[in-house]
Design a protein around this ligand. Structure first.
Ligand SMILES: *Cc1c(COP(=O)(O)O)cnc(C)c1O
Length: 392
């Protein structure tokens, strides 16, 4: 007989999902109601309003896609890219590669602008790509590259797209809640995020927002959107502003309770305070890691506070270390991806998980296992270095 599944209480300090608070888990367990129940429709309106706050936008077409971040990405591409469209895609990590896949599956032509993993997107290179391809219809890039821990200049890239008459599609899966995201101020045309990174909600939902120019592009399409499920014209019948809401699909009711709760928490804390908290805990973690003799893989000018890439020291067994953290400390950190596999760890300090306790816990656990592996680190200094930052 198969019996119930009881997961252990892990501390999630990888690239997501991040630690979910008991407040959000509690919301998830509230009674399920119908997805067309008048009370649920009121909740949907509040979620839209809270998402507009999180994205810093007045965009009417702002809603949670009922599937993870990858579906939000796909929703932006399938609705905005028509066959034959040229799309400039920036790649400086894993997720730019997925954007290219999306463009090509929509029948578009991807013009790649590549940067080294661990570096931000070069605005100059994108400028040059527009010079070579003045007919490019869209610019797509990742704001916070979770695979490397790098922030790119979203404001400059969105402004560049607008100047060149192209729409921008921005991946803000790891950004929202952790660092500044301003859809309206930047003039971003389409943006998607995820619930399980800095919003610290359960995985499975992808907030998206489309601006006026993007909505116009969608309304002017002559070619049906290739995905029935993600076709915004159809989804709007359910999530749209009018009071007559029609069945499109069954919304993940309880997941949306959880998202609502996590957004209320963000609203109560305030965006600036949430960003400052992420920064503060990041600086403490870095101080501790450096005091131990470890070094960061990304330049401080464009390091993400919510995703810390650390260089794995010579002679350390990466896989053994991560499994010891998991098995002995119930602590998950991320492995390096792609070009950085085996070379870096990715330590997440995302959302609810960005707190002093996690910084201290992670430093202690890392130090213990590194010492046991005989790594050349400095012992006994990390906590004091982190505390020096906390007490500032
Ligand atoms: C996690 C992530 C995604 C994909 O989100 P899923 O919820 O895993 O589908 C996309 N882009 C970035 C930058 C991410 O960090």
């Amino acid at each position: 007989m198969i019996s119930s599944f009881y997961p252990p209480q892990r501390t999630l300090m990888g690239p997501g999902p991040s630690d979910v608070s008991s407040r959000v888990l509690g919301a998830l367990a509230r009674p399920t109601i119908g997805h067309l129940d008048p009370l649920f429709l009121e909740l949907m309106d509040e979620i839209k309003e809270l998402l507009q706050f999180a994205f810093q936008t007045d965009n009417a077409l702002t809603l949670p896609v009922s599937a993870p971040g990858s579906a939000g990405m796909e929703a932006c591409f399938v609705n905005l890219v028509s066959p034959g469209d040229k799309v400039i895609v920036c790649q400086n990590g894993v997720f730019g590669g997925r954007m290219k896949e999306n463009v090509e599956r929509c029948g578009g032509i991807a013009v790649m602008v590549e940067d080294t993993w661990g570096e931000p997107v070069s605005v100059d290179k994108v400028e040059a790509a527009f010079d070579d391809h003045p007919d490019a219809a869209i610019l797509a890039f990742v704001h916070a590259e979770t695979s490397t821990g790098v922030e790119s200049d979203a404001k400059a890239l969105c402004a560049l797209a607008t100047r060149r008459g192209a729409l921008s599609i921005v991946d803000a899966v790891t950004s929202v809640g952790g660092i500044k995201v301003c859809v309206d101020e930047w003039g971003a045309d389409a943006m998607y995020s995820g619930t399980q990174k800095c919003l610290s909600c359960v995985p499975g939902i992808s907030p998206v927002t489309f601006g006026e120019r993007a909505v116009k592009r969608i309304n002017e399409r002559t070619h049906k959107v290739q995905s029935w499920f993600l076709d915004m014209q159809l989804v709007m019948g359910y999530w749209g502003g009018s009071s007559k809401r029609a069945y499109h699909h069954t919304a993940p009711v309880n997941n949306l309770y959880a998202l609502h709760e996590s957004l209320v928490m963000l609203q109560d804390e305030g965006l600036d305070a949430a960003h400052a908290r992420h920064r503060h805990n990041h600086l403490a973690l870095v101080a501790g890691l450096e005091a131990m003799g470890l070094s960061m893989a990304v330049d401080p000018d464009y390091r993400l506070p919510q995703l810390n890439s650390v260089v794995i020291p010579e002679g350390v067994d990466d896989a053994a270390l991560r499994s010891a953290l998991l098995n002995e400390f119930d602590l998950e950190i991320g492995a390096g991806l792609g070009a950085l596999a085996g070379k870096t760890w990715r330590i997440g300090l995302m959302g609810f998980g960005s707190n002093e306790r996690n910084v201290v816990y992670c430093l202690n656990a890392l130090e213990a296992i590194l010492q046991r592996q005989g790594a050349a680190i400095t012992s006994g200094k990390a906590l004091a270095a982190a505390h020096a930052v906390f007490s500032k």
